[in-house]
Design a protein around this ligand. Sequence first.
Ligand code: HEM
Length: 439
Amino acid sequence: MPQDFPHASAVEGIRFTAQIGIPNIVQGLFNKRELPTKVAAKVGADHFGYELVEGMVKSYGPGPFYVRVAKDEALLVHHPDDLKFVLGGSPDPFASDPEPKLKGMSAFQPDALTISRGDLWAQRRSFADAVLEPGTPVHRLASSFLGVAADTARELTGHAVDYHAIDSAFQRMTRRVVFGDCAADDTRLMDVLGELMSQGNKMPGEPGPEYPELITIIEGHLAKAEPGSLAAEIAATPAPPGGAAGQVIHWLFAMGDTLAANTLRALAALATHNAEQSEVRTEIAAADITTPQGVASLKYLAGCLLEAMRLWPTTGMFARVSTREVEFPSGAVLPEGRQVLIYNVFNHRNRSLIPYADRFSPGEWASGSAGEDWSFNFFSHGPQGCPGAGLSVFLGQAVMANMLSAGALSASGVRLDPGKPLPHSLDLFGFEVQITGAV
Ligand code: HEM
């Protein structure tokens, strides 16, 4: 008999489904719904999720264990060594297309890299790597992107900025970075994508009715190959199977919505943490933020963004599915076709492993070892790690550096006390930040 993993109890399975599985679905897996998201933050859904998993890890850890989610058992992986084993073995034998994700994403991006396997994944991945250049310190087009980010910072200065305001500014920035100025005002594109993503929340398993329109709009912009934009790079790169437009969809919402959410939270953390804000201001004052190298040198500021993602991950949980039977380093065997869950909400703050779990600690990224820790998967890790991570951090640094240089930062509607453990939820729809006057 192959060695098995421990199994959490039926009651724990019911609690896991009710406290973690269902709230994730109700909030909207792909397009967050405002009211349920507010309610989840208010009732502390992530806090209860953390406590539940912490208790199970004490009972069944330190290795992975099964927990029932609705009708099926899934393997919950939480220790950094096991996370490395799973994410290092992705997309094979741990594929990133478990059924709920595949069915949901098919509505708006049926050809996406993140739900591809085998040779298809490899070809689409090399396209993404060629255009997004994840391995380089600054992207070839960084000076053009920096100009766009500086414009975005100006748009966000001098008035209160809530999630809707930063989201719309970042969507515009995204259209300019991806397609160039020709697409700056094309809000129809994001409306169609938003509608399709809302359909994705219902997991239809097939492209939504507006999908052909979305592809036509994207192909129209790509055809212009505007110099200084990613479209120019795309035109010079062999198209992946299914075409380039099918890949670009993911880039649009990740840069437009996800990055906006994380930047807003980083600004809220800075507005409420004076010591960290003054360290950032000293760093910015010593750099030339009109050059890409100057912006990329702002490691402490980058740490602020990474900390916002660690503390309040926009991807609270993600999953893999075993493509065949897999023996883990412990000797326990996972059968083919089983889901593997990675619950960032717990892993990012695991109090028994992370000394700074509940504190805003940008220095851990700037000069500590946080960057090597496989517990932190807001960008994932391994062969399927986010190829847009470097570009996201650069754009976030560029926008925040330009905003902070323009004046004093304040926040309203949010209370983050540096002397106390930070809350697990920071409701995106519940606060505003503002840059005003002189520093
Ligand atoms: C702050 C912003 C972002 C965050 C938090 C983020 C997070 C992630 C995460 C967690 C994954 C792994 C998902 C999984 O395996 O289930 C991922 C994958 C991916 N991301 Fe990002 N991302 C961001 C921005 C971007 C940007 C700007 C782009 C493109 C320009 C991008 C492109 C991709 C692609 C193509 C994948 C799939 C990679 C693969 O399967 O090989 N992301 N991202």
